[in-house]
Design a protein around this ligand. Structure first.
Ligand SMILES: *Cc1c(COP(=O)(O)O)cnc(C)c1O
Length: 462
């Protein structure tokens, strides 16, 4: 299995190399040269299988020679051992034909743990084998950073630097990043918004001298291995509701388009997904693009669902690659246009996108109202991101096709917003109940590439 860049001008890599690299050297994102297919009978056979075993069968065809089967099975077992629910990703019925896929039973209470715990184990195995070291640099709107720090803390061969927008993450998110005591993890509060954090990370990857000097590796959702890990729960959820014998739809609270793109991969592998509904908050560039075919970022407005406060949605590039018939030159050109304000999606590509994706938007009042209503009518406390999903999903329910909304975080990760909307305080799970007593280590950084690079050179154990 070989991996190619969406922009067509980077080295072709193995799974392991693509995982360790993150962003391609031409600025593009890695994708498998072909997407493996699972046959109807193979999908049907996933029914009733433990999550780990399903994960192995679904991901194995993407790995090529990168990990032996036995090694990969151990990696998966270790990755999900810390999850607090035996099903890992349990489904819960919310209403008539509407289900919640709970993805928040991992160590940092958001779906990011599914991918990050797995790639933590894969990095560890790979680096031990090669004797290499890497310096992981990531940008976060809150959840990726805490998941990455949790997954990589204390590993010998890895230093982790996470840029988050100062003052724009929830206190629980911040504390999950600033309280780990291991000296290889560094949470950096950047003066700017998430798009600034992400832009500086991309700048570092495009600074080849720096990139090679510190051994930069990326674990943002642009990392293919993360997308792959997220493909698994689309299969397990769909199969438990009757796939492949019937179709199901998913609604996905979306920011960087990684999670919903994993659903698209599942569909291309053969899972009978009817609709993939992209749910955005008031930062609705993806909803606008899917409805008007214009992709024009216009500044982030902070919301109560901060992990979706994004205007430059990196993984959308992967969807564009397929919508343009795998034409890397067309994608490279769009990404050039993006540097000067935005681009128009061609009519053919817009139609291709609409074959798989629907979209909707949920503003702040609607988010709060959804949290309040679901608390009253079902007793279910939703995190604000999940509430965005539920609101948009309700607009897309179709009789006879189950709708599965991804519950992307635990409500206790956003206690203030949830309590303000519902009047109920969501308690932290027991494993994290002392989070507010732990002491924090914070570093403020200016939104300045040179200053950030200097700090990383000083602190990384190169
Ligand atoms: C990251 C995140 C999202 C958005 O996921 P993307 O893959 O970036 O689209 C939604 N909800 C929560 C809670 C998140 O942490």
């Amino acid at each position: 299995m070989r991996y190619i860049s969406t922009r067509g001008r980077a080295p072709v890599l193995s799974f392991e190399e693509a995982m360790l690299t993150g962003l391609a050297r031409d600025g593009g994102l890695y994708l498998p040269e072909q997407i493996p297919q699972l046959r109807h009978a193979e999908i049907a056979a996933l029914e009733g299988v433990p999550y780990e075993a399903a994960a192995f069968r679904i991901m194995r065809p993407f790995l090529g020679e990168s990990f032996d089967e036995g090694v990969f099975q151990e990696i998966i077992a270790r990755a999900y051992a810390g999850f607090k629910h035996p099903a890992r990703a349990p489904l819960k019925q919310l209403g008539d034909g509407h289900f919640l896929l709970e993805l928040f039973h991992g160590p940092t209470l958001a779906f990011k743990d599914f991918a990050m715990q797995l790639i933590g184990q894969m990095f560890e195995t790979s680096l031990k084998r090669s004797g290499r070291r890497v310096c992981i640099v990531g940008a976060t709107s809150g959840d990726t950073g805490s998941a990455a720090i949790e997954a990589f803390r204390g590993l010998d061969a890895v230093d982790v630097f996470i840029l988050y927008p100062h003052g724009r993450v929830s206190e629980v998110q911040r504390r999950q990043m600033t309280t780990p005591v291991e000296s290889n993890v560094h949470a950096l509060a950047l003066d700017g918004d998430f798009d600034d954090c992400q832009a500086r990370v991309k700048d570092m990857f495009n600074d080849f001298e720096f990139r090679d000097a510190v051994g930069l590796a990326g674990v943002n959702s642009i990392n293919w291995a993360r997308v792959l890990a997220q493909v698994v729960y689309y299969f397990t959820a769909a199969v438990s509701l009757g796939a492949p014998h019937r179709k199901v739809s998913f609604t996905v609270p979306t920011g960087n388009f990684g999670d919903v793109f994993a659903g698209y991969v599942a569909k291309r592998m053969g899972l009978p997904i009817d609709r993939l509904v992209v749910a955005t908050n008031q930062n609705d560039i993806l909803h606008r693009c899917l409805t008007t075919a214009q992709y024009r970022p216009d500044g982030v407005i902070p919301s109560i669902s901060p992990s979706m406060d994004i205007q430059v949605s990196s993984n959308f590039e992967r969807a564009l690659f397929y919508a343009y018939g795998e034409d890397a030159r067309a994608v490279a050109q769009l990404m050039d246009e993006l540097k000067t304000g935005g681009f128009a999606v061609s009519q053919g590509a817009a139609e291709a996108l609409r074959e798989s994706f629907d979209s909707g938007r949920c503003d702040e009042d609607q988010t709060r109202a959804t949290i309040a209503r679901l608390s009253e009518t079902t007793g279910e406390l939703l995190c604000p991101h999940t509430a965005v999903g539920v609101h948009v999903a309700e607009e897309h329910l179709v009789q006879g096709t189950p709708m599965i909304t991804l519950a992307t975080a635990h409500p206790a990760k956003f206690p203030d917003a949830v309590e303000a909307a519902s009047g109920r305080h969501p308690p932290l799970p027991p494993a994290m109940s002392d989070l507010y007593e732990r002491s924090e280590r914070q570093h403020r950084v200016r939104n300045d590439l040179g200053a950030i690079e200097e700090l990383i050179r000083e602190r990384a154990r190169i």
